[in-house]
Ligand binder design. Structure first.
Ligand code: ATP
Length: 260
């Protein structure tokens, strides 16, 4: 089989090549290759247990791959970990910030951990950008879900990431707050040099926000493309319908193709 080529560093913020993770003899991620371009939002979709979190954890350097290469801004994570992760960040609902620290204290602590220069000015900028000024001295544990998500995103922007990893960033938010969060993330992708890898089970949201989606099942990419045109290409009315047929099994998809 032809080995996928590595993309030139300048074009992609993330390049994943032939990535694998096995637990015992069972593959959780199985020969995954994809990229995230600059100013691009890529949706990583898959049913429960498809391998999304395992993939994100390997890109974050939390889990060691069984095989494969991860390049962030062209820097090989396995060879220059600190450099590769310097401009990477992450937000997920299951990773809330310490609730006994105030909004400002949280941003200060993480900013110091990341070695952010001119930290006070950066914090002020993010408090304004994420509409958090009035919560500056509020303990983050008492914020509402939407406010906590804004804080988590502000924290994720501290080190001016080129690669932003978001694991279901709008889960548990009301529709209006979720839309506000999507707009802020969209602004990040369109206005700066970064790119986003986004996981979500909300197909409506994915269609609205993602430039490209990868549909993963049992650790392999089964389909990828523009979420707005992909369903019709496979004879489905909606992304949700397509998703369900893909995660039911490749056989269902082939059947779809045969009859469409
Ligand atoms: N530490 C582990 N030991 C053994 N198996 C694991 C471990 N972590 C994950 N797995 C398995 O790897 C597979 C992929 O899990 P992963 O958490 O990446 O899925 P996911 O796509 O994020 O699912 P979900 O949408 O439910 O969060 C699952 O079958 C899971 O049981």
């Amino acid at each position: 089989m032809k080995t996928p080529s590595l993309d030139p560093p300048a074009s992609n913020v993330l390049s994943v090549v032939a990535l694998r993770k096995h637990y015992g003899g069972t593959p959780a991620v199985d020969d995954l290759s994809f990229h995230v371009g600059r100013r691009e939002i890529v949706g990583l979709l898959g049913g429960n247990g498809a391998g999304k979190t395992t993939t994100i954890n390997m890109v974050l350097g939390i889990l060691e791959p069984s095989a494969g290469t991860i390049l962030i801004e062209g820097v090989d994570l396995a060879k220059a970990r600190a450099q590769a992760l310097a401009h990477t960040n992450f937000a997920a609902i299951y990773a809330p910030l310490p609730g006994n620290l105030t909004v400002q204290q949280n941003l200060r602590v993480f900013g110091m951990l990341y070695g952010v220069k001119k930290l006070s000015a950066r914090i002020e900028e993010l408090l304004t950008r994420f509409d958090l000024r009035r919560f500056r001295d509020t303990k983050s544990g008492v914020l509402s879900s939407g406010e906590q998500t804004r804080l988590t995103l502000a924290k994720a922007m501290l080190n001016e990431p080129r690669l932003l990893l978001l694991d279901e960033p709008t889960a548990s938010l009301d529709p209006a707050t979720a839309r506000d969060i999507r707009t802020r993330i969209r602004d990040f992708a369109t206005q700066g040099p970064g790119g986003v890898l986004w996981t979500s089970h909300n197909m409506y949201e994915v269609e609205e926000v993602c430039d490209r989606v990868l549909i993963v099942s049992r650790g392999k990419i089964l389909l990828q493309g523009n979420p707005r045109t992909l369903p019709a290409e496979h004879g489905k009315a909606t992304l949700e319908e397509l998703f369900i047929s893909v995660v039911r099994g490749p056989d269902a998809l082939e059947h779809t193709r045969a009859v469409s």
